[in-house]
Design a protein around this ligand. Structure first.
Ligand code: PSU
Ligand code: MN
Length: 306
């Protein structure tokens, strides 16, 4: 089989690829496992609209009955948003899911893989996975980080959530040679808040400069992604001590319930949302929109560079 035999392109994405128009990839784990219904579907559609309002084409990525979907219909998004059986597919799961004709939502890692196969260079998400707190004994390090080290896609996120060990995540990214860029900030944002106490490698203030960095990195055959961290707009940020308290509580409950592996991130997200009475979810929606906006601007500049 040829590569294209596995991929199903939405007509808008196919047209954009043919005409070198800007495209932004979007992940789907956030739809199936990152947010409750109906906010998940509303957010997925709103994020696509944000990309379009910047004159770029949105390509939400997922696996449906074994097909790699690049760009989803509203019906397909609804399927991912409402079906409890949807699997969370990361790098290790991808070939099995395709071969066994399963349906699944894609994490940052697997969305990057599929975006690369489809020749899409820019991808917006909320937060990436990282080194979990306590990883020195559990070895729980998200496959997202290794993917960033090997797959040529720019990932725009709101930094690393403090359900993770932010310092160790940055160390790991450095070891793997992943540039971490702060958009209009020299401090690594911490998802719900603009500050984490850790610095990023580079502060860059213009989307066009980020597009140039991507171009240069890949021209030089330095394989792997670039992580762009885009702080949540100040008006929507949550107070970090209250957030950390909620996160600590959620981690204790996860421990008590023996939650591990791929269940841990979704579990912590929904617990934190419960504890903050929905505030964390509201912030999540605001920041992902902000990321889609920046990713689309980067994609527009990237598509103009030859
Ligand atoms: N962080 C969020 N929301 C999410 C995720 C992370 O705030 O939905 C999802 C992303 O798809 C990410 C994945 O790639 O969780 C990481 O999971 P793990 O830690 O199991 O690698
Ligand atoms: Mn993990």
């Amino acid at each position: 089989m040829k590569l294209n035999d596995y991929l199903d392109f939405h007509p808008d994405v196919e047209n954009a690829l043919k005409n070198n128009l800007p495209i932004v990839a979007l992940e789907s784990t956030i739809i199936s496992h990152g947010m409750p219904y109906p906010k998940n579907i509303e957010t997925a559609l709103m994020v696509e609209e944000t990309v379009r309002s910047n004159n770029a084409v949105a390509a939400t990525i997922a696996i449906i009955k074994g097909r790699l979907k690049i760009g989803l219909t509203e019906k397909e998004i609804e399927f991912l948003a409402t079906n409890d059986e949807i699997k969370k597919i990361s790098r290790r799961d991808l070939a099995v899911a395709v071969s066994q004709q399963l349906s699944g939502s894609t994490t940052v890692a697997s969305t990057m893989i599929i975006a690369k196969l489809a020749n899409i260079a820019v991808f917006a998400t909320g937060g990436i996975g990282g080194v979990h707190r306590g990883a020195e004994t559990t070895l729980d390090i998200s496959a997202d980080l290794d993917e960033l080290s090997r797959t040529n896609v720019c990932v725009v996120c709101a930094g690393v959530k403090s359900i993770l060990d932010i310092g160790l995540t940055l160390e790991y990214l450095e070891t793997r040679g992943v540039p971490v860029i702060g958009y209009k900030t020299s401090e690594m944002p911490a998802f719900y808040s603009t500050k984490s106490g850790f610095n990023v490698d580079y502060r860059i203030d213009a989307a066009t400069d980020i597009a140039s960095i991507l171009k240069t990195k890949w021209d030089l055959s330095i394989d792997g992604g670039v992580l762009v961290t885009n702080p949540i707009p100040v008006a929507f940020e949550l107070e970090s001590s209250a957030m950390n308290e909620a996160i600590n509580l959620a981690i204790i409950e996860a421990d008590n319930e023996g939650i591990t592996g791929k269940k841990i991130t979704p579990y912590l997200l929904s617990k934190v949302n419960e504890i903050t009475k929905g505030k964390s979810l509201d912030a999540n929606i605001k920041l992902i929109k902000n990321n889609a906006d920046l990713a689309a601007k980067i994609a527009v500049h990237f598509s103009k560079k030859d």
